[in-house]
Design a protein around this ligand. Sequence first.
Ligand code: SF4
Ligand code: SF4
Length: 58
Amino acid sequence: MPPVIDTEKCTGCGVCIEDCPNEVLVMKDDHSSVSDPDECVECGVCVDNCPEEAITLA
Ligand code: SF4
Ligand code: SF4
């Protein structure tokens, strides 16, 4: 399952977008958004690196 972004917590810092190895995430309306869910390998990098703990993997 691709990550879920909590837009209430996300500040739009862009760290997860930069750090994702597979370009799954993009900026949309000042928040991170999943653009390519099929490319997510569930590595957890985005979850671990988000400073706001705004990302979860199901
Ligand atoms: S790292 Fe967290 S706070 Fe930053 S853009 Fe991604 S989800 Fe939002
Ligand atoms: S879990 Fe890994 S592959 Fe999936 S969106 Fe996060 S950083 Fe990208």
